[in-house]
Write a protein that binds this ligand. Structure first.
Ligand SMILES: [Mn+2]
Length: 357
């Protein structure tokens, strides 16, 4: 029954058979020491996919250590088994030991070791471990031994789900794994409202739901768990700091360290701010500049065919996805804003802002 076969094969995303074979040989055999790492300023997708991979690999018998470069936002601290996650900044020695002893290093939700800051150097020093990529960003570093690079996947968690189900069977997706993966799928799709929402994704969500996870509770834990000062900071940023350009089709906002201190800023408090200008009907592109110790973090969002991955690469030493990207600026806030305004002008003059969907 060829038709039935076709239908069954569409239950998951289309993974490369070659990568699956290599991953099976590496991860479905004898127990190994595995490290799973994810990017700086880890978000729900980075944490959810890393912890789910840890869970499934541990169940198979591997000893797995998850490491992220710095702390995760406080509204993710309820995720099951997040207490096993090492923060490179504060658990430095343990993390270095785990990386040095690792036989396999899995990089999740990141396309390049440079996304790991100093942790990237520690990983580069382990030349013998096999390296596996599980990621959905554009332009991955091609040097991984096993690559699952899927920019068409709405989240790394969806990709991790497909890999776990292929390698260890759907039984490996326990309620704990489902909860971890759901956080990643939900946050990276803006609660299932961005692009790449495929039937396969919703079939995966159906499988997660069948494990008995409490979806409204997960939503509340992530999106309705902020502090009062975060709500006030949000109001301040939209009211006082949002500026628009090009007849209100481009927006930008900025936050200085002084302003963040004034609102008792905690890591993760500015999450989602950059999306808000896109609630304005004619808005096409939005940016936020957030001051850090020695640089300014740039986050970019866009609608439809406006390509902020390209914009971030060209003007802000960054990249990411077509509609969500980031970069860094090493000049002052005033200079960063001036550079943004000039870059947007160039982008608009090229017609890059008026590309039709
Ligand atoms: Mn992601």
């Amino acid at each position: 029954m060829p038709f039935l076969f076709f239908f069954v094969s569409l239950q998951r995303m289309n993974l490369s058979q070659e990568s699956l074979k290599a991953a099976r040989e590496l991860l479905c055999g004898a127990p190994l020491r595995v490290v799973v790492v994810s990017h700086t300023n880890p978000d729900g997708d980075a944490i959810g996919s890393s912890l789910a991979l840890r869970e499934a690999l541990t169940a198979h018998g591997h000893s797995v250590t998850c490491i992220v470069p710095n702390r995760y936002p406080y509204y993710l601290d309820w995720i099951p088994n997040i207490q096993h996650l090492l923060i490179f900044k504060s658990d430095h020695d343990k993390a270095v030991e785990a990386v040095n002893n690792a036989e396999v290093i899995i990089c999740a939700d990141m396309s390049n070791l440079s996304r790991l800051d100093e942790l990237g150097d520690v990983i580069a020093a382990n030349a013998t471990a096999k390296r596996v990529l599980v990621d959905h960003h554009l332009s991955p570093d091609p040097s991984f031994d096993v690559m699952f690079s899927h920019p068409e996947s709405s989240s790394t968690a969806f990709l991790a789900y497909s890999i776990i189900a292929e390698l260890f069977g759907k039984e490996a997706v326990t309620a704990t794994v489902a909860e971890q993966l759901y956080v990643g799928m939900m946050t990276d799709t803006g609660n299932f409202s961005f692009s790449f929402l495929t039937p396969e994704l919703f079939r995966a969500v159906a499988d997660l739901s069948a494990t008995g996870i409490n979806i409204p509770q997960i939503y509340n834990n992530v999106y309705n768990s902020f502090t009062e000062s975060r709500a006030r900071l949000f109001g301040y940023v939209i009211n006082r700091k949002m500026k628009t350009l090009h007849k209100g089709t481009v927006a930008y906002m900025s936050l200085t360290e002084e302003e963040m201190r004034r609102f008792w800023f905690q890591q993760g408090d500015s999450e989602g701010f950059v999306n808000y200008p896109l609630t304005i009907k004619k808005m096409k592109m939005s940016a936020i500049f957030i001051e850090h110790h020695d640089f300014i973090r740039v986050s970019l969002r866009s609608r439809g065919n406006v390509d902020v991955d390209e914009f971030a690469r060209r003007y802000f030493n960054g990249g990411g996805h077509k509609n969500a990207a980031g970069g860094k600026s090493f000049v002052t806030m005033e200079e960063t804003i001036a550079h943004y305004i000039a870059s947007v002008k160039e982008f608009v003059e090229e017609g890059s802002l008026s590309k039709k969907d």
